[in-house]
Design a protein around this ligand. Sequence first.
Ligand SMILES: *[C@@H]1O[C@H](CO)[C@@H](O)[C@H](O)[C@H]1NC(C)=O
Ligand SMILES: *[C@@H]1O[C@H](CO)[C@@H](O)[C@H](O)[C@H]1NC(C)=O
Ligand SMILES: *[C@@H]1O[C@H](CO)[C@@H](O)[C@H](O)[C@H]1NC(C)=O
Ligand SMILES: *[C@@H]1O[C@H](CO)[C@@H](O)[C@H](O)[C@H]1NC(C)=O
Ligand SMILES: *[C@@H]1O[C@H](CO)[C@@H](O)[C@H](O)[C@H]1NC(C)=O
Ligand SMILES: *[C@@H]1O[C@H](CO)[C@@H](O)[C@H](O)[C@H]1NC(C)=O
Ligand SMILES: *[C@@H]1O[C@H](CO)[C@@H](O)[C@H](O)[C@H]1NC(C)=O
Ligand SMILES: *[C@@H]1O[C@H](CO)[C@@H](O)[C@H](O)[C@H]1NC(C)=O
Length: 733
Amino acid sequence: CSIKIDWIPLFSLLFLLLLPLPSWLYSLHNCTIDSTDSRTINCNDHKLSRIPSDIPKTAVILNVSHNNINFIQQSYFSGLTELQILDLSNNQISHIEDASFSHLSSLTVLSLIGNKLMELTDHMFTGLSNLTVLNLTENQITFVSEFVFVPLTKLLQLRLRDNRLSSISDIVKVVSFCPLLKFLDLSNNPLSSIESDDSLLLPCSNLTELHLLGNDLKDLAPSSLQMLTRLSMLNLGANSLTELFVQKTSILNLDDCFGKTLPNLLVLDAADNNIEELQRGVFSNMTCLKDLELQTKSVTEMLVYQETFVGLTDLRTLSMSPIFIFDPPSAGVGPRSSSRGRSQLQQVFNLPLLQTLRITVSKDVCVDLTKDLFKGLDDLKVLSWRGCFWNADSKMFHHLPRVFNMEIRRYYVWIPVPELFQPLTVLQTLDLSENHLKSMDFLSEANLTQLQTLIIKTNDMSVINERVFEALPSLRYLDLSDNPFVCNCSNADFIDWVIRNRQVYVNGAYQYRCASLPSEQGALLLEFDYRWCWESVGFFCFICSSALVLLTLLLSFLHHFLRLHLLYGFYLLRAFLYHRQQRGRGCAEIYDAFVSYNVHDEEWVYRELLPELEGRQGWKLCLHHRDFEPGKAIMENIVDAIYSSRKTLCVISHQYLLSEWCSREIQMARCCSHTVSLVIGEVHLTHKRIKMWSRTYLSWSGARGHRGLFWERVRHALQSGAQLPDDPLPTDD
Ligand SMILES: *[C@@H]1O[C@H](CO)[C@@H](O)[C@H](O)[C@H]1NC(C)=O
Ligand SMILES: *[C@@H]1O[C@H](CO)[C@@H](O)[C@H](O)[C@H]1NC(C)=O
Ligand SMILES: *[C@@H]1O[C@H](CO)[C@@H](O)[C@H](O)[C@H]1NC(C)=O
Ligand SMILES: *[C@@H]1O[C@H](CO)[C@@H](O)[C@H](O)[C@H]1NC(C)=O
Ligand SMILES: *[C@@H]1O[C@H](CO)[C@@H](O)[C@H](O)[C@H]1NC(C)=O
Ligand SMILES: *[C@@H]1O[C@H](CO)[C@@H](O)[C@H](O)[C@H]1NC(C)=O
Ligand SMILES: *[C@@H]1O[C@H](CO)[C@@H](O)[C@H](O)[C@H]1NC(C)=O
Ligand SMILES: *[C@@H]1O[C@H](CO)[C@@H](O)[C@H](O)[C@H]1NC(C)=O
């Protein structure tokens, strides 16, 4: 096999090698030059213990983060006059030599995040006259010397988050040399108080954002912030505040309220404090405030007044803990009066522009809800409730026609009524996680036609009725993670729906697990073979339809071949029923006897039988040729004749036994009436049929010499109700 040489790349390589290259390309040992911008030098992650000496003088961005540098020397940055961004984060720097940055007159951003600085000394930042951002987050700074920030006349942002500063007045003195400072982050320091000194924060009057999150502030008078007239963001979260402002005189003196001192505040974050009470008018005149965060887990209830939220005319977002209303709102009663009247939650929010309301209830509390709680929130779009509640009124959401995003986590067993959700006609997202819901059937009547996202994570649903989704025509996203599904045929339709439907994305469906039986533990819901659930149903249908077909075949067979027998059976049955009925009624018989005979024996009947029985003995007989009603079905005539006669006389001959009709007559008569059999002519009396039909009979041929006796016995038989005794006459065989 031959080696093919691709000449074009080879030529390009040669061409490149012959080009004159900038000398610095070869001089960088531990750093790389950014491929898109040759003035960006990356020395990060090289285990460097010093700043490399071969950094090009043209560098604008220098990244020396994530190395092992612990000491900054004066010589390191000499000549880097064009450097604008210097990243020294995540090193071990504990000491910076005086005037180390003095050559970096163009530097605007200096990051010293995650180092081991313990103090900021004078001359440390000498020469950084163009610096706008100084990031000292995550150091161990306890001491800041007075003139350290003097050179930083253009500083806009100072981040001192996660340090060990304890005195805010020291910081303020230092910061006073940065007249343009807008952003000051002092979060997560052990600052314990802000002195109520009017002039304290005067040097910071250009500040727009002040972060004091996670300090140890116990009280904060708005007056101490009154110099911060441009403040738009105040973060006081996770401190130890018990009240939002200290009220020293009358409750109606509103001078000391946030509205007066911080009129431009847009965001006030006082979450995770210990605020138990929000006084009347505390927010009055805060006409700009858009976002107010007051939720906390450390207090069980927050006392508010009807007038607490007055003045927040532009508020869009409010996060709170459960609130209790102080009633009555009379002027004479101070908030600290011993008889704290407190009523159920009722209308307290008069915030017509509020868009988002989040309520967080602390773990060991349960709150009573009334239907008017959300009154006055006409424009609310997002509602989040986390925590226990009692007595949720089914009309509670009637005041929230515009809510399109709702989250309710009760954490305890909850059985919502469908009516609760019916007013939410524009709801698009519903999160009902952590409610111990056993079923989501209530959603099928909840009228949520706009719902697109449904999250019911971490509940107790084992069987999902997939027909619920028919009531949610707009649904696109569903999350049912962390429910104890059973993997049996009860979920077959749901599994099939999850796999087949193309409209709804079911998040994590392939990770849903079975939780019903210990043997199923760990099995995946969608791996359950649900088809046999339907196969057994199919098999059942197969059996049913086969049985039906067979029955039809059988019936048509019977109809075709045994029609007469069936008809006869039918009459027999009818006769039997008729007989019982007649006997029950005790109907009068018209005839003494019905004479059943074959046409061949008609002559004998007319010559011998009629003259004797009708003429001499005077019986009234029914003969089918003479007495049958014309036009009636013959079978019906027979039945009627038998039943309107006391007895049936069967004239049995050879022909009679051959005739079908006659044999039926005799059978019917036997079944229903007393039968007297007269045997004439040559008949084999062992004949099976006659044996069967009539055990006793009178023989004409056998009584040839004793006609008088024969007729006497017939009269006797017709008279008596009893059957004939066994034939005493001799037989043919
Ligand atoms: C490059 O880094 C190594 C350690 O990884 C060090 O010994 C060497 O002196 C460095 N070179 C320069 C020019 O800083
Ligand atoms: C420096 O590099 C780190 C990655 O090691 C990166 O996270 C950081 O953003 C970079 N800094 C600058 C200023 O680009
Ligand atoms: C600050 O930077 C600008 C250019 O960005 C430069 O003209 C000016 O001289 C710098 N200031 C100082 C004191 O070096
Ligand atoms: C300063 O550091 C913090 C914490 O690492 C970071 O969130 C922030 O973005 C940094 N700011 C600048 C301007 O580098
Ligand atoms: C606030 O900033 C302006 C320039 O925007 C400046 O003139 C003024 O002195 C600053 N105020 C203070 C108290 O430093
Ligand atoms: C401040 O609010 C009070 C009542 O809450 C009102 O009388 C006063 O006019 C408001 N002041 C301003 C500047 O809005
Ligand atoms: C459901 O909403 C529609 C309008 O969106 C309304 O006409 C219908 O009456 C509602 N049904 C119920 C049961 O509330
Ligand atoms: C499925 O399991 C549940 C719970 O174990 C049971 O209530 C239900 O009857 C079962 N369904 C079927 C079809 O076996």
